[in-house]
Design a protein around this ligand. Structure first.
Ligand SMILES: Cc1ncc(COP(=O)(O)O)c(C=O)c1O
Length: 380
């Protein structure tokens, strides 16, 4: 597709080819003997130490590399914690009502029932969560929360709501799995610390990834947890550990400088976010409302109620424009009038040219040309 805003990949333009080549050569020279061994449950010690330092510097808490396990992307962490925390198919997990499609597939795949809590511009609605917990018939096994630059909506869970979530989790003794895989992809404004940094309660489990700030092809993420959950989660893995070669190269790469690449990548991603928002303002302000992500790779766009979603897909495909449909992120697959625009890997000129194409498609897929009759991204 000429204008591909569908998939949440990071920016190929900032891939650090030369530095990564140097890191690979160094890793092979220095560590080839260890490639001959199985890595075990936690994985490459130097990469864990570097990731622990990175988490400490970003989130403001001491992180123990001995309570961290490297995983095959954060997706393996998502699945492992689900398996570790559930007892039997039919157990419940609470998520945001819009959440990552891969998590929906994984949790449904292992037999969890999902309960979606509405979100707004400040993340998961704590009033709805509280109402659900007060009236629940069955205690959920855990809460899965996308706290920063939420996929798909791009919103952050506010500091006030983070504290409330911590309180509710403690009151009801429900573990919280915080998937912070976009944590490094930060553009502007303040980002509250992770739940994991705000509470040292054992109920908090934390996932992160190198896919979003570096590249998904390295397939490296990690899980942080406290006793007894850490052992329980690592005990669910039967894959003999994560790729030592990839971990060794990443450790050499980050060992040279922990933040240089992150900062450079975010400058380019911020530019793409700004271009996208400014083009939307030029061509869709009367029809649509969208999120203003301060990080991450996604913008969430609300369409007018009279948009024929099938027609929009056909019009867009004919014009070479691709996007992700709102229903892919809905826990029940409901047809909702939203689309997700992933901007991280889209060339700047394709953003500038592509958004007016999307606007034409929206206009053609509508049954009227009346201005939108909503002012905010989410209904109450
Ligand atoms: C919220 C969230 N969690 C996990 C993942 C999985 O990513 P990976 O396994 O590459 O770290 C994604 C990817 O899009 C995601 O958006």
């Amino acid at each position: 597709m000429k204008y591909d805003f569908a998939v949440g990949q990071t920016n190929p333009e900032t891939f650090p080819v030369e530095a990564f080549k140097r890191a690979a050569i160094q890793a092979i020279e220095d560590e080839h003997a260890s490639f001959n061994q199985y890595p075990g449950g936690k994985g490459h010690p130097q990469l864990r130490a570097l990731m622990a330092q990175r988490e400490s510097e970003r989130e403001g808490v001491r992180v123990d590399p001995e309570m961290m396990a490297l995983t095959n992307g954060s997706m393996q962490g998502v699945t492992l914690v689900g398996q570790a925390l559930m007892d039997a198919p039919g157990d419940q997990v609470i998520t945001e009502a819009f959440t990552y499609s891969g998590t929906i597939a994984a949790y449904k795949g292992i037999g969890l029932d999902m309960v979606g809590i509405p979100v707004d511009e400040s993340g998961m609605r704590m009033d709805h969560l509280e109402a659900h917990l007060r009236s629940m018939k069955k205690k959920p096994k855990f809460i899965y929360a996308l706290t920063a630059y939420q996929n798909p909506t791009g919103v952050n869970l506010s500091l006030e709501r983070r504290h409330r979530l911590i309180e509710l989790a403690a009151e009801y003794e429900i573990p919280v799995v915080e998937d912070n895989c976009y944590g490094d992809v930060h553009f502007d404004g303040d980002k509250p610390p992770a739940l994991y940094a705000l509470s040292d309660d054992a109920h908090h489990i934390y996932l992160c990834s190198l896919s979003k700030i570096f590249a998904p092809g390295v397939r490296l993420g990690y899980v942080l947890a406290r006793r007894p959950y850490f052992e329980k989660i690592v005990g669910r893995r039967f894959d003999a550990g994560s790729n030592t070669f990839a971990a060794a190269v990443m450790a050499k790469f980050y060992g040279e400088n922990l933040w240089t690449h992150c900062e450079a990548a975010n400058v380019a991603l911020k530019r793409k976010r700004d271009l996208l928002v400014s083009r939307l303002k030029d061509v869709l302000e009367d029809e649509c409302v969208w999120s203003h992500p301060t990080g991450g790779l996604f913008l969430w766009l609300r369409l007018p109620e009279d948009t024929d979603l099938d027609r929009l897909r056909t019009e867009a495909t004919n014009k070479g424009f691709n996007y992700a449909e709102g229903r892919d992120f809905h826990e029940t697959g409901e047809r909702v009038p939203y689309i997700r625009l992933a901007f991280g890997h889209v060339p700047d000129d394709a953003i500038v040219e592509g958004i007016p194409v999307l606007a034409q498609c929206v206009q053609r897929a509508r049954s009227s040309n009346a201005p939108r009759d909503f002012t905010s991204l989410f209904d109450d």
